[in-house]
Design a protein around this ligand. Structure first.
Ligand SMILES: Nc1nc2c(ncn2[C@@H]2O[C@H](COP(=O)(O)OP(=O)(O)O)[C@@H](O)[C@H]2O)c(=O)[nH]1
Ligand SMILES: [Mg+2]
Length: 315
């Protein structure tokens, strides 16, 4: 038992942040569930209402239907409390998210382990790389960051600040320079310095999609000239506030580079946290991390059960 005044264990602190981050999503869901299931029998009307609430949370039509059917199974015409509905829902959601829970595995046999980070502009690539770099150097890893978003000088500076904060090596070029050449140079440096991990930032202009995709493909191709097995991970950063559009982005990037995993940021900025549930049904890619706020501790390792509990307001 904890005595009064003692600091909460790390786990509790993280779960509290997760719950706070998902508050917008869970508020909408719990309000709807309470309104639907207070002193009412479970019938076709309440089940339809539940399905609508799940669609509003961006779980997608198919998953919303499947989940509300699962809640209703064998429970028609029986009294059910909103708390019971929430518990059943959280369990169902945790089960559908479970296949996505897979930590980012860094193979120490690959030196450096090369991680290419892709995504549409503004999704949170650079800050996520910064936070990952802090985490990794904190674990005693030697990290190099490559400023592959050569579009804007500000983006290069932004990554440089993170490199300084993390105590990571930093390779950058001139704004407007060749991103693939820079990535190649960064890999050379990381190899020479015997670094454990190389994280490569990239540009993400939506309006310039074809050129962007060609550039990304070129980065992946050029670094193979120094290490045929690289990149060892290709992560796509998605912004949860874009909702169902995230699914389209996964498809578009998958067609260009061999994605190995996803990071979903800004879950704190939306009531549509159910997008992860929709994504689970559509994409076989693991979700390594989720962003539930701007702080460093708000980039969390994705845990299906905890996420489901925080989303539905149980636990
Ligand atoms: N609220 C919130 N903001 C985030 C999160 N992740 C990133 N951001 C913010 O999103 C903005 C864009 O991030 P940036 O890394 O520059 O995006 P990039 O263009 O993909 O590199 C920055 O202001 C970040 O602080 C998150 O999980 N929650
Ligand atoms: Mg950036």
């Amino acid at each position: 038992m904890r005595t009064f005044g003692e600091a909460p264990p790390e786990e509790t602190g993280l779960f509290a942040r997760l719950k706070k981050g998902l508050a917008k999503s869970s508020a909408g869901l719990t309000d709807s569930i309470t309104a639907l299931f207070t002193k009412k029998k479970l019938d076709a009307e309440t089940v339809a209402g539940l399905e609508e609430a799940l669609i509003r949370a961006d779980m997608g039509v198919t998953e919303a239907k499947r989940l509300s059917v699962a809640v209703a199974r064998n429970r028609y015409d029986s009294e059910i409390t909103d708390a019971e509905v929430r518990t059943i829902l959280a369990k169902e959601i945790a089960a559908s998210l479970a296949p996505l829970q897979k930590p980012l595995a860094i193979d120490p046999g690959k030196k450096p382990f090369v991680i290419l980070v892709a995504g549409v502009n503004g999704t949170g690539k650079t800050t996520t790389i910064g936070k990952l770099a802090r985490r990794l150097t904190g674990e005693g890893k030697k990290v190099v960051l490559a400023a592959g978003d050569t579009f804007r000088a500000a983006a290069i500076e932004q990554l440089g600040v993170w490199a300084g904060r993390a105590g990571a090596g930093f390779v950058s070029g001139k704004a407007g320079g060749d991103a693939a050449g820079l990535a190649f140079e960064a890999l050379e440096k990381a190899q020479r310095e015997n670094a454990d991990i190389l994280l490569i930032d990239t540009a993400g202009r939506l309006s310039n999609k074809t050129a962007l995709m060609a550039e990304l493909e070129k980065i992946a191709r050029v670094i193979k000239k120094r290490d045929a097995s690289a990149p060892h991970a290709v992560l796509l950063v998605l912004d949860a506030t874009t909702g169902q559009n995230a699914i389209t982005q996964v498809e578009a990037f998958k067609a260009t580079v061999p994605l190995t995993g996803l990071i979903m940021t800004k879950l704190d900025g939306t009531a549509k946290g159910g997008i992860l549930v929709a994504l689970a049904a559509r994409s076989a890619l693991p979700v390594h991390f989720i962003g539930v706020g701007e702080g460093e501790a708000d980039l969390q390792i994705f845990d299906a059960e905890k996420f489901a509990q925080a989303l539905i307001g149980t636990g």
